[in-house]
Design a protein around this ligand. Structure first.
Ligand SMILES: Cc1cc2nc3c(=O)[nH]c(=O)nc-3n(C[C@H](O)[C@H](O)[C@H](O)COP(=O)(O)OP(=O)(O)OC[C@H]3O[C@@H](n4cnc5c(N)ncnc54)[C@H](O)[C@@H]3O)c2cc1C
Length: 409
């Protein structure tokens, strides 16, 4: 059985679903596929136990989600704004701090459970008649059809044909592989240890990042209680160290976390399971081919150090949607590679810059060399005093880089 659409999006994660909403709002006929069998239960998310996968969303991502009508619903579900950021080096004295006021915004960002963002976007899909969501759809093949369209094969024998197929199928993107697009992969050698904690002192809407000799440790402020005593932990460290941390009792892990940030938040109590994720930086060698475009983690996966992964992906979705809608207005085929290259040009440089920045940070802070320790202490201290450079870093952090698509302004 063969179905036809204007655009087939493979992967209904946050990025694929956002793209489907952006295109669906403009009446583009979209087939959105995912191997998952079910959608999230919107009544359950943001209420009971917190989803341990959280993302720091920038004000620019918020703007996009507002435009899609998702933000209003999310706002009542434990969205945790932060107004300050503190980054320091535990090996020395370097410290840099940012505030929303310095950036000229109300909030620097928002820590949001991934399930909340996902469920909000899924709710939006339901109102869009031109988007067909197909769950339990595992893609196993991608071929070019005789008239230049792309045909996606599903494991159950179904086929979908469209002038454009978008790979939004995550960091290991089967579609990217089927299309023969290589990646520049960089084993960071790091794992991310993730959990949720209760801290003795209120977090005060500060996102904290400590650079330890073994890697960066983030305490991201959550709004699970009125007094603001919960944080999400992302501790990036070597595989060996991650395994050691995961094997610790909750009490011992809490003690290590408290000590690692110099007791800045007092006693730390681990209140959830501890998960470990491998961290690999990948960048696809191409973002587009005739009739194919890569977005989100399928195009780039980045160290969570800067909390930028999903923000970069949402920006891909916004720029690709903007370019596709312009192509439609001008009568250009949606799969036209030359037109798709406009998307690649607008996004590749920004994503590459962020990947390089993260690598630089990781290398600089992952060293014991005394000269580098001195340099980074001087560096952080100097950056903290240099207003123009600090302003530039702030603009990066809040997502205001380059030409933003209209949906994010
Ligand atoms: C520990 C950790 C912390 C992070 N912290 C942050 C943060 O603070 N801020 C931030 O912005 N980002 C963060 N990220 C990154 C962020 O989670 C990702 O960038 C984001 O989830 C990617 O979204 P996506 O929609 O591109 O891909 P995914 O969320 O991976 O979605 C891919 C979808 O494709 C589907 N799929 C896969 N294969 C197939 C197939 N063959 N057929 C059909 N469907 C398929 C999957 O079922 C899935 O639903 C973090 C990541 C990690 C690991």
């Amino acid at each position: 059985m063969e179905e036809v659409a204007d655009v087939v999006i493979v992967g209904a994660g946050m990025v694929g679903t956002a793209l489907a909403c952006l295109l669906g709002k403009a009446g583009v006929k979209v087939a959105l596929l995912d191997a998952r069998e079910t959608l999230l239960d919107p009544e359950a998310v943001g209420r009971g136990p917190a989803d341990m996968r959280v993302s720091a969303l920038t004000p620019v991502s918020r703007k996009l989600l507002e435009g899609l009508g998702a933000w209003e619903w999310m706002a009542g579900r434990r969205v945790s704004p932060y107004r300050f950021m503190q980054v320091w080096d535990t090996e020395g004295t370097g410290e840099i701090s940012f505030s929303a006021e310095q950036a000229g915004v109300a909030k620097l960002g928002y820590i949001v459970e991934n399930a909340v963002t996902q469920a909000a976007l899924e709710r939006g899909l339901k109102a869009l008649a031109s988007v067909r969501l197909i769950l339990g759809a595992r893609v196993t093949g991608l071929v070019a059809s005789s008239d230049g369209d792309r045909c996606v094969h599903l494991a159950d024998g179904r086929r979908l044909v469209a002038p454009l197929v978008v790979a939004a199928d995550g960091a290991r993107s089967p579609l990217r592989e089927l299309a023969g697009i290589g990646v520049d992969a960089h084993e960071t050698g790091h794992m991310a240890v993730v959990t949720t904690v209760r801290v003795e002192r209120a977090h005060g809407e500060v996102a904290r990042q400590a650079f330890l000799p073994t890697g960066p440790l983030a305490f991201l402020p959550l709004r699970l209680d009125r007094e603001r005593h919960h944080c999400s932990i992302v501790w990036s460290t070597s595989q060996e160290e991650a395994e050691r941390l995961q094997a610790l009792s909750a009490e011992a892990l809490g003690d290590e976390l408290a000590a690692a940030v110099g007791q800045r938040l007092g006693e730390v109590t681990v209140v959830d399971r501890t998960l470990v994720f491998p961290l690999v930086q990948r960048h696809a060698q191409r973002y587009v081919l005739p009739g194919l475009a890569l977005v989100g983690d399928a195009a780039h996966s980045i160290h969570p150090l800067a909390g930028q992964g999903v923000n970069l992906g949402l920006m891909d979705a916004a720029v690709l949607a903007e370019e596709l809608l312009l192509a439609r207005r001008r009568g250009v085929a949606l799969g036209d590679e030359r037109w798709l290259s406009r998307y690649a040009r607008r996004r590749r440089g920004d994503n590459a810059g962020m990947l390089a920045l993260m690598d630089g940070f990781r290398l600089l802070f992952g060293t014991h060399h005394p000269a580098l320790t001195l340099a980074r202490n001087l560096g952080l201290g100097t950056v903290d005093r240099l207003t123009p450079l600090k302003r530039l870093l702030l603009q990066q952090a809040i997502g205001k880089r380059g030409r933003l698509p209209a949906s994010c302004r």
